[in-house]
Design a protein around this ligand. Structure first.
Ligand SMILES: [Zn+2]
Length: 357
């Protein structure tokens, strides 16, 4: 008699940290034209499969940027975000919809962006002062106050307009990050259509959940904690890490426990800002004086996603203050950098005071 044994195997997709190395031989002008093997590491983001390139070349620490001339230039025209100009020079909300023309909380003022990047586009002016260097940003509660004010206005949008599903809070800090206004501010966009990366993350998270019955982000944290190569620390109800496939020279990630950032309470936002301040301390130590920040929110009711943030260092490159963004990310949708994420995480853990080493 033939006995059939049925074994049920549930397919569980594990997170794959895929990378390959490509080499190129050249004669090195910095070492009497001796043969040198150049190397680039191509890494696949475990969720999106979007690749990043890490060039193996000794990175040099740049000089600290001197803001004197930039401050002078920014004040040669009237700054719309300086307190004496806000009333005349910044836009207002429709009071019938929002209940206010500008939302003010302490030193923060939230206004509509005059540039309509999305269905709703907000700017929070986070300081009365025209210029705050990174040290002031680390010492103060400017970003916390700005985030709380933006979340308040975004909640009104969420309640009033049920068509809007994609929310993010973003920051370009200083001109090297793409900010044309020096006066410190953070922004938010809310719309019916996601940006490319926001949409890809949400879509891939859903497919991962369908295939494995697990949440990618929770699995990623578990993997990173096990590996101890890029994990920084759990801080409050969020986990900080250095992403495997970086989006720039210094790319730090934070994954919240919640799917939507509307579920974050006051303490969660405070904890996030404390983590962000540690990242900025690391940037400051490396003479990085600009950054981009994005906090991506998931769609409420969908548990396959976790609200998460990315913070990428931005610098002018000497000797001509070149942009640190080029044809790779502009035209090839590819990030190229010189810093290994594992080295970044070693350095940031020291500044952070983390025990994951
Ligand atoms: Zn100003």
């Amino acid at each position: 008699m033939l006995t059939k044994i049925y074994i049920s195997v549930r397919y569980v997709k594990v997170i794959e940290f895929k990378k390959i190395i490509q080499k190129n031989v050249y004669l090195n002008p910095f070492n009497e034209f001796a043969v040198r093997e150049g190397m680039v590491e191509i890494r696949w983001d475990p969720l999106t499969q979007i690749t990043s390139r890490i060039v193996h070349f000794p990175p040099r620490k740049i000089e600290r940027f001197n803001y004197d001339e930039t401050i002078r230039a920014s004040l040669s025209v009237r700054c719309p975000f300086c307190p004496e100009n806000v009333n005349d020079m910044t836009s207002r909300f429709d009071k019938n919809v929002f209940g206010f023309e500008r939302f003010t909380a302490g030193d923060v003022t939230v206004i509509p962006n005059v540039l309509t990047f999305d269905k709703y586009c907000l700017v929070a002016i986070i300081s009365k002062e025209h210029f705050l260097d990174m040290e002031r940003l680390i010492q103060g509660d400017y970003i916390y106050n700005g985030l709380m004010a933006l979340l308040h206005v975004l909640r009104i949008i969420k309640e009033n307009d049920k068509e809007v599903r994609y929310f993010s809070i973003n920051c370009n800090y200083m001109p090297m990050s793409g900010s044309s206004i020096l006066h410190p501010h953070i922004q938010a966009i809310a719309g019916e259509y996601p940006t490319n990366y926001h949409g890809i993350m949400i879509q891939k998270s859903e497919s991962y959940r369908e295939k494995t019955d697990q949440v990618y982000w929770d699995e990623l944290i578990r993997e990173e904690i096990n590996l101890k190569e890029r994990f920084i620390e759990e801080l409050g109800k969020a986990n900080w890490y250095v992403p495997f496939a970086p989006r720039g020279n210094g790319d730090i990630g934070c994954i919240f426990e919640k799917s939507s950032f509307f579920e974050l309470d006051d303490t969660d936002v405070k904890d996030f800002c404390n983590g962000l301040k540690k990242v900025l301390k690391y940037f400051k130590q490396e003479n990085v004086s600009g950054f981009n920040l994005s906090i991506f929110s998931g769609i409420e009711g969908k548990d396959s996603f976790r609200a998460n943030a990315r913070i990428v260092a931005r610098r002018f490159l000497p000797p001509v203050n070149a942009a640190d963004s080029n044809y790779f990310d502009k035209l090839h949708m590819e990030s190229a950098c010189l810093y290994l994420p594992e080295d970044v995480s070693d350095k940031i853990r020291i500044v952070w005071g983390s025990s994951y080493d």
